[in-house]
Design a protein around this ligand. Structure first.
Ligand SMILES: [Zn+2]
Length: 66
């Protein structure tokens, strides 16, 4: 059972443990992007989409080397 008050951020902290801070409306605490509204414009969405794509491509090329 998880009420609104029970929501925790859960982001991985620098210690490697899940963040225990109370999550905001988007599921993250204020330290982990909870205050960010994310990309709101078409240009912003496209920019993020390309960044994710580039990151995936970079990860796939480095995945073969341990
Ligand atoms: Zn957090």
């Amino acid at each position: 059972m998880a009420g609104l008050a029970d929501l925790r951020c859960g982001a991985e902290t620098r210690k490697g443990t899940p963040c225990e801070s109370k999550a905001l409306s988007n599921g993250r605490c204020r330290n982990h992007g909870g205050l960010s509204t994310g990309p709101r414009t078409a240009a912003g969405l496209e920019r993020m989409r390309l960044a994710v794509k580039a990151r995936r491509a970079a990860e796939s090329t480095t995945a073969a080397t341990p």
